[in-house]
Design a protein around this ligand. Sequence first.
Ligand code: FAD
Length: 268
Amino acid sequence: MYSESFEYFRPRTLAEAAKLLKKHKGSRLLAGGHSLLPAMKFRLATAKALVDLGAIAGLSGIKVKGKTLEIGATTTHAEIAASPLVKKSCAILSEAASQIGDIQVRNRGTIGGSIAHADPAADLPTVLVALGATVVAKGPKGVRKIRAENFFVDLFTTALKAGEIVTSVVVPSYRKGTGGAYFKHPHPASRYAVIGVAVLVQMEAGKVSLSRIVVGGASPTPVAVDSPEDIAGAISDPLSDTYASGEFRVHLATVLAQRALATAADRA
Ligand code: FAD
């Protein structure tokens, strides 16, 4: 299966990438290519030109910045899964990244590509909303910081504006006494999340309290709820397909949330 013909550019700087996007009408950014290229081959997406972010220095890597981690947009899922910094500061992010697809997908796919694609069955959006992450994007009007909960707007739709490039994702580190868990029911063929649930709890003075439960895969964007029992009420019109009905998705989300909550409390 072949896509339509397109031009290909591999800029060395962000400024050059921005120029190419502006100059070539109908161009798109290319990161790992694991969502865009299949969509182009199926003719579900078209691009007159691809602007590959892979050679831009400084767009990849994981750095400590105060009480946060700054993760470059082209950092791969495999790098996030293996990072001791991520495991120490916000372990559910590496727990989720390690469950994405298979090793080939994790070696090519990037955090920036995953969130910009905004697939409801993706793992990272759910976890980034739970962690209270911020997406940093650079566009023609300068740099914008967008909270993850406002970034995912609808099915395959984000708050990014034309010409904006995600440069990094800033993730707050766990506070002392935070415990977390990410549980997922993977699709048996693709490993995408039919349902993914991220939970964070806080241990204070020997007592565990719930910080956040976020459910992915049941609705167009991740949904935050107060308890596993609230999921059915909060997701009244769940996504449904031949593999999993809406009712089954809500049931899975409720059960996975209860299990994740117990595990997060153990880890706190
Ligand atoms: P690309 O495909 O290159 O780009 C995707 C979109 O994002 C394009 O529209 C592109 O223009 C845009 N884009 C890319 N980078 C930026 C940027 N920096 N700024 C703005 N826009 C940008 N995902 C999961 O979460 N869980 C899974 O279990 C899972 N399983 C998979 C199994 C298979 C077989 C495959 C092929 C994919 C799977 N994926 C899964 C998706 C995978 O995680 C991809 O990494 C992700 O969907 C897209 O990331 P990418 O870097 O490949 O982006």
